[in-house]
Every structure is written in C-alpha cells, then in structure tokens.
Design a protein around this ligand. Structure first.
Ligand code: MN
Length: 351
C-alpha cells in the first residue's frame, strides 16, 4: 500500500504560560511536580485533595514542543498534519474570572505556531464556556482572525453540561461558522466521580471514567434537542466515539419505549442514532483495537471516522501502522486517514 497522507485530528499541546498558571494556583485544580526514587520527574494535576493525574516529564516536554521535536516525530510516523487542542484539563475547570483570559492568551500563543507551520498544524480554539457569549465571540475571533478550524471543549464545565441552553450560543456560533467542536474527555464531574475515586485516576481517567463521562455528555446533548435546533452542528468525539457505536441500537430501543405519564423524557425528535450518524465524527485516538474499530466502522461507516493518535499520550508511528493494517479497503482508509478531515476542516490542499 502506498503511504497515505495522515492527519492526526487529536493531538495536544501545552504552553509554558498555561503550565505556570496551573502551578501558581492555590486552589484546585493545581499542578505540581514530583520526583521518583530513580530521579524521574512527573507532573501531577490535582483535581481535589485525593485525586491527581500524573504525566511524565517526557510527555510534558513533548506537549510543550511546538517545533522541531514534534515535527521530527510526525515525519518519522508519516503524520502530515496535527489538529491541536490544549491538553486537558483546559479552561473549562478554571474560575470564571480567569478562564476567558487564559483561553484567549492560549489561542494567541498557538496562532503564532500555526503561522509558522501553516501546512503542519491546524488550530482548534481553546474556549472558556463558563461565559457562553464570550466563548462564542472567541470562537468567531479564532476562526475569522486566527484561521482556526474549530474548537475543543473538555466535557463538563466545572460540573455543568452543555445541554443547558445557556451554553447554546457557542453551538449556534459553531454552526454559523460551519466549524466542528471536539468534545474531549476530562475528569468526571463531582456528581459522578465518587464511585471511581477509590482507585484513583487510573479508573476515573482513560480506562473507564473519561469515556463514561463524555458519552453521558453526548447523550445529554442529543436528548436536549440541540441538534434539532442546530442541524448543521458537527461534533467530533475521540476514542472511537467513547463507546457509543457499541451501544447505538440499545440507546435507540430505550428511546422508542413510551415513557409513563409524568416521566421525564428526551426532547429530541429523531432517534439518537440518527444524530450520531449525521452530526458526529468519531476519531481513532488511542483506540487501535480492531474489534472496536470494526464496530464503529460498521455502525457509522467510513465517512464518519477520522484518524487520530492522541499525541503525545499515544505513539504516532504505531498508531499510523495500526491504521494502515485495519481490514478495510484503501478507499475507506483514505477517507479516514485524511479526506474526511480535509473536508470538515476545509483544508486548502489535498493530495
Ligand atoms: Mn486526548
């Protein structure tokens, strides 16, 4: 097979300023560094007194590298472009007083990077949804003035979910600008976190909590009727749709059952799978497990899947190789590897 252009649509970055901001905070969330007995350094993001998520110094350095080191890794892995979002946790978990300012600064900083490498990096705006109107304005600025191709929002907004209509100006703007929103996982909201905490971020994070949190968020959005109001809205989900393709039929069966009088029910007018198939794209980030990939492929089709690595948390080279080995035709691989992203992000060139 000839190598295909590959766009990694879920790659992450950090800025020194954002790291310093989290380190300087004296309330949660905050960040510190710690050394193990072998001298290995870790950064720990503390969500509360008993829950932290750690990453190695090497991962942190790769998140901070928006130049030669990253490009070298991309080249070695055959990754042509990355669509970049600020590493979670993002501005969604900050106080209202600081979040919009930090988001704007982050977008300005990343703009300089996209200016330097316009054919390698795609910007997904950092937003502070705590102030929905301001976030919608920032999305417009990021798209129209900075050339960003969408936005990234990390699931719950300090425990709140985006199906609340007060957040809908963000979606209205995204639909109007015709740009997608990547709904990325983050630490669970306080109301759903408790049963996970005995086993730390290992359980609450990527192994289960992140997917459960984000899938719940998606279903809240669908049930709220937001896609009836904004039918042109596109949402991107990582990790092959956070489990939803697997549940699709059962979700529909539940929706089709008539509720008893007085029971709360979804407001959406179509069955949930209709929205998943028309308003969502799922990406392969961190999910190169053939049975799961084939489930998403059969449930949604190649037009709804995009290649992603989840750089630098996953290996770009290995992810690319696994993608190339998926048991599907080259035409569909091409859609997944870059054609769907070319179209969704309206990229100026294609090969
Ligand atoms: Mn990610």
């Amino acid at each position: 097979m000839i190598p295909m252009k590959k766009i990694d649509v879920e790659a992450h970055f950090l800025t020194e300023e954002y790291v310093n901001h989290l380190m300087a905070r004296n309330t949660f969330p905050k960040l510190d560094t710690v050394e193990d007995e072998n001298g290995g350094k870790f950064q720990r993001i503390w969500y509360g007194p008993d829950l932290c998520q750690s990453r190695t110094d090497s991962v942190t350095n790769r998140l901070l590298d928006l130049g030669e080191g990253r490009l070298k890794e991309m080249d070695a892995a055959g990754i042509d472009m990355q669509a970049l979002s600020l590493c979670s946790p993002g501005c969604e978990i900050l106080n209202i007083a600081e979040s919009a300012v930090v988001a704007r600064k982050t977008n300005d900083a990343f703009y300089q990077v996209t200016k330097k490498y316009p054919d390698r990096f795609i910007g997904l705006a950092t937003l502070a949804p705590q102030e929905p109107k301001r976030a919608a304005d920032e999305l417009e600025r990021a798209v129209k003035e900075l050339g960003f191709k969408g936005a990234n929002i990390n699931s719950n907004i300090r425990g709140a979910y985006l199906d609340d209509q007060k957040y809908w100006p963000i979606f209205e703007k995204a639909e109007k600008l015709d740009v997608p929103i990547y709904l990325h996982p983050t630490m669970l909201s306080s109301s759903t976190l408790k049963p996970y905490t005995s086993y730390g971020a290992i359980l609450a994070g990527p192994s289960l909590g992140f997917a459960a949190e984000t899938a719940l968020h998606v279903m809240r959005l669908i049930c709220s009727g937001i896609f009836d109001k904004y039918p042109g809205l596109n949402i991107i989900l990582g990790h092959l749709g956070e489990g939803l393709p697997f549940w699709l039929n059962r979700i529909d069966l539940g929706w089709l059952k008539p509720p008893s009088p007085g029971e709360a029910k979804p407001i959406c007018v179509r069955k949930p799978s209709d929205y998943i198939k028309s308003n969502f794209f799922v990406t392969t980030s961190g999910m190169f497990f053939e049975p799961a990939f084939l489930c998403a492929y059969l449930a949604l089709g190649a037009d709804r899947i995009m290649f992603a690595v989840d750089y630098p948390f996953e290996d770009s080279r290995l992810s690319g190789q696994l993608m190339d080995r998926m048991p599907i035709c080259d035409k569909d691989k091409e859609k997944i590897s870059h054609l769907n992203a070319d179209t969704l992000f309206k990229l100026p060139f294609s090969r």
